[in-house]
Write a protein that binds this ligand. Structure first.
Ligand code: CP
Length: 315
């Protein structure tokens, strides 16, 4: 494929290939290994129309590890502020002949639309409530390294499901790899028809966590809520925040995940988030660089093959 816009088009073999390639970039000290020839001579532009700490910095580091010329567009200081549209901005950057565009945007579907207008490979770094494919891939690699497999696991994804592109990409990936996925959260934060997605739906955390191998907590995405919120944060923490008592219902060796940024004391107890015997939150960040290296390396190979084929056809 030319782009990585979501998990939906990937087969289980594609997913395993990306994770294996990412694994090959991680050394025994869990640091990523430099492969400066992979994207040598290629240009990567990062366009983040929404805030980011983990995704933007790890895409930048991944591009540099692979030898690309990496440019971070400061979207808040760009001509978008003068009214330039997403497509005009993309076409302007496209005219500078980048090879890889990494895009985060608040509108679901905006990255797919942009991908239709440019000549380079596009990687979705999160679009609205739609998908965040590299997050699901780094979560999958973290699970595989911790549990030794990525199939026949019970994974509880808990919290603000309806606004979460992380939940969406994860439930698609985990389903493709034949895991049992449970969604848990307040009814107001559960998508309509969630039960038709091949998952089990719960409102009670203790039932959702019962016998789970993986507990994945999500941030309350207040920036996507238009007034119709839920109880107070205190009430939310009481019912859906992960504390020691709720976690005791999961398997004794269950791992705890959170994509970040996290609200301690709202969706997760800070002591659990920091417990290196249970929490793999820092491992998720570590795997982010390797997975983004693998995704860009794979797309760069496809791009080179596509360009080579066009050149040999004289196009
Ligand atoms: N998990 C995630 O996407 O984090 P950032 O918003 O900091 O990139």
């Amino acid at each position: 494929a030319r782009h990585l816009l979501g998990i939906e088009p990937l087969s289980p073999t594609d997913i395993t290939s990306i994770l294996d390639l990412a694994e090959s970039y991680v050394d025994l000290n869990r640091r990523t290994i430099k492969h400066a020839d992979a994207l040598q001579g290629m240009t990567q532009i990062n366009m983040f129309f929404e805030n980011s700490t983990r995704t933007q910095s790890s895409f930048e580091l991944a591009g540099k590890r692979l030898g690309a010329d990496v440019m971070n567009m400061a979207m808040a200081q760009s001509s978008v502020k003068k009214g330039e549209t997403l497509i005009d901005t993309a076409l302007t950057l496209n005219a500078m002949h980048p090879d890889l565009l990494v895009v985060r945007h608040p509108q679901s579907g905006a990255v797919n639309l942009l991908a239709e207008k440019v000549n380079c490979a596009v990687l979705n770094a999160g679009d609205g409530r739609h998908e965040h494919p590299t997050q699901a891939l780094l979560d999958a690699l973290t699970i595989r390294r911790s549990k030794g497999r990525l199939h026949r696991l019970t994974v509880a994804i808990c919290g603000d499901i309806v606004h979460s592109r992380v939940a969406r990409s994860n439930l698609i990936l985990l389903g493709k790899m034949e895991n049992r996925v449970r969604l848990c959260g307040p009814a107001t934060l559960m998508p309509a028809g969630a039960g038709d997605l091949g998952v089990e739906v719960y409102q009670d955390m203790r039932e959702a966590l019962d016998g789970a191998d993986v507990v994945m907590m999500l941030r309350l995405q207040k920036e996507r809520m238009d007034g119709g919120f839920i109880p107070s944060e205190r009430e939310y923490y009481h019912r859906w925040g992960l504390d020691a008592e709720k976690l005791s219902h999961a398997k004794p060796d269950a791992i705890v995940m959170h994509p970040g940024p996290m609200n301690r004391g709202v969706e997760i107890d800070g002591t659990i988030a920091d417990d290196i015997n249970r929490s793999v939150i820092q491992d998720q960040v570590e795997m982010g660089v390797a997975v983004r290296m693998a995704a860009m390396d794979m797309l760069a190979r496809n791009l080179r093959a596509e360009r080579g084929a066009r050149a040999s056809e004289g196009v």
